[in-house]
Design a protein around this ligand. Sequence first.
Ligand code: MF3
Ligand code: CO
Ligand code: CO
Length: 278
Amino acid sequence: MITYVDASNKARRTPGVIPVHGSEGFEGMRKAGNLTAQALDILTEYVEPGVPTAKLDQIAYEFARDNGAVPATIFYKGYRHSLCTSINHVVCHGIPDERPLRDGDIVNIDLTLVVDGWHGDSSRMYAVGEISRKAERLIEVTYDCLEAGIAAARPGNTTGDIGAAIQGLAEAERMSVVRDFVGHGLGKLFHDEPNILHFGTPGTGVPLKPGMIFTIEPMINLGRPHVKILSDGWTAVTRDRTLSAQCEHSIGITETGCEIFTGSPGGLFNPLASRTKA
Ligand code: MF3
Ligand code: CO
Ligand code: CO
């Protein structure tokens, strides 16, 4: 059964209870989403061969500190870093470390900044130097998948319509959708109801209503969809070691469609747009 509640009356995640936010929530999410997007813009300059991902983590930490924000992932379920860096066959939750990025790597940076209690959660793909044509195609398709999901995010549709749009596009390109991780409601909570599956059947799931706030964050693999978690307890990799890409926006459902809270101020959300459309 699905119940919708005024988000301000619900402090904890409750299965099957979908928070509906008012203008205060949208205002809070605009601020948090924009700050996260600014940080991801700034990181663009630092993603280069030779740079350790720990450096990116440090930059995000300092940016948050200097702007009155807190990275949501520090001390989140024992995680200790400001962001996740997922390189090549890493699907998500890669841990920043001292290993240098290498020419040809593709890396997802996933950052959630908390501003006045609101969570702005977003991730993008970054190319390190020159990348292969197949890596470029994977990234293009992943961005198209997120866009297709966003286009389906409107009243009258369901969460299943979002998943079906994403899955249809990925599989038409002979790529696969990761099943083990999903988008999520968020707001004053980092992970709230509903789950947003990136695959599924049109018309199923939760009917979308104005005021719902959630992420869409498809993970797309060049090979099979299956993942495994490394012994660090976090890093998720493709079982077949094929490349994986992801991108994520935080959005809110409006009367007519949706509002994206994490749009890039610098137009840098898709790092390949300038390369491929030049
Ligand atoms: N930002 C991730 C998401 O999109 C969650 C990362 S949790 C962490 O939901 F602990 F791995 F950082
Ligand atoms: Co995220
Ligand atoms: Co998320």
